[in-house]
Design a protein around this ligand. Structure first.
Ligand code: NAD
Length: 336
């Protein structure tokens, strides 16, 4: 079974890069990150990737491949993705297919990247409006985390990361859940030491789950908590990704309660943690429109969908739910 790469903390970008053993290094850097930290990357070959989800497409991949060829990079050259999930996904994808596979490492610069997107070896790009429909599974040689990057990260992007971190705490259970409750102020104030502990714990949880299911067959589905509703809401509302994940998890806890899998106290406990980080737990929605989007979900099989329900922190269950049943629950929530 492939070993999943876990994160390592570093204190200095240029020093870390200089120490790497590679014949040739090429950095793939997010445009905003480059504008803030240009001096850190001086002296290294780099390709700047336009910021934003629209960069995750095959024509940009082809442009990058052409540049790598022109610059004479080989399979034993080392490609390093420096940016949020967009750039780490692109870097993993390019490295998996360039000359049938070249060496690569990742340097995530968003909270979501550090705790989630860079870990697990999934490297997806989009096809038209369909997210992550084309991809590979391949592990980076390293995931180097410099928490100092977070100083320039916009607050909304920080909260996007927090939604996934809260998800990890609901999946993993009481210790990390309590940590997020107790340290809420320090985390929102971005206390460096507490952030570092949070990132390590959250990354370890994702790492542990993925390690059990490298090929994304079974256990890893638990990471979809909140995401079925979130993806649908994202395309129907103005809410940002993290907000949609937060609302998705809160709605899933209500569904679990309506199915008598959990009680009001447990559902409220999970919602309170979400609220504590300033994330929403509900929004207005039309259940019919939501169901239409959900029917196009990758996780749907015929008229059923694999669905994750949060019963309590540390107890999330993967169930096979019929679309009719999900539709009934969404109609109930729409009227609440
Ligand atoms: N491969 C996986 O397992 C996995 C898991 C989760 C998400 N993802 C993917 O990750 C992507 C989302 O990642 P994201 O939330 O990191 O978004 P992102 O990469 O788009 O980054 C968000 C924004 O922050 C900016 N930015 C990045 N680092 C910065 C910094 N240090 N200072 C200032 N600005 C900075 C970027 O330019 C961008 O505008 C999606 O495409 C999603 O599909 C992949």
């Amino acid at each position: 079974m492939a070993e999943i790469t876990n994160i390592e903390f570093i204190d200095d970008v240029a020093g870390f890069l200089r120490e790497l053993k590679a014949h040739k290094i090429i950095l793939l850097i997010d445009q905003h990150v480059y504008s803030f930290y240009q001096s850190e990357f001086e002296g290294f070959d780099s390709i700047i990737v336009p910021s934003g989800e629209q960069s995750k497409n095959l024509s940009l991949i082809d442009e990058i491949v052409q540049m790598l060829l022109e610059m004479d990079f080989q399979r034993d050259s080392l490609l390093i993705g420096v940016g949020g999930g967009v750039v780490t996904d692109i870097a993993g994808f390019v490295a998996s297919v360039y000359m049938r596979g070249m060496r690569f490492g990742l340097m995530p610069t968003t909270l979501l990247g550090m705790c989630d997107a860079a870990i697990g070896g999934k490297n997806g790009v989009n096809s038209g409006n369909s997210k992550n429909m084309i991809g590979t599974i391949r592990q980076p040689e390293f995931i180097a985390v410099l928490t100092g990057f977070l100083e320039t990260l916009p607050e909304q992007e920080f909260l996007n990361g927090m939604a996934e971190i809260i998800k990890h705490s609901i999946i993993s259970g009481d210790d990390f859940f309590e940590f997020l409750k107790t340290n809420q102020k320090q985390i929102l104030d971005q206390d460096k030491e507490v952030l570092r502990q949070m990132i390590q714990k959250s990354a370890d949880i994702k790492h542990g789950i993925v390690q059990k299911d490298v090929d994304d067959q079974d256990v890893r589905h638990i990471l979809n908590l909140g995401h079925t509703i979130a993806h649908a809401l994202e395309s129907l509302t103005e809410h940002l990704h993290g907000e949609c994940v937060a609302i998705g998890m809160a709605m899933d806890s209500s569904i679990a309660k309506n199915m008598n899998l959990t009680d009001e106290d447990s559902a409220e406990k999970m919602k309170n943690l979400i609220r504590g980080y300033g994330l929403p737990v509900k929004t207005e929605f039309n259940s019919k429109a939501l169901m239409e989007k959900i029917s196009g979900d990758k996780k749907r099989r015929e008229n059923h969908i694999r669905y994750v329900l949060p019963v309590a922190p540390g107890d999330c269950r993967i169930v096979n739910m019929s679309l009719d049943e999900l539709s009934k629950h969404l109609r109930n929530l729409e009227n609440e």
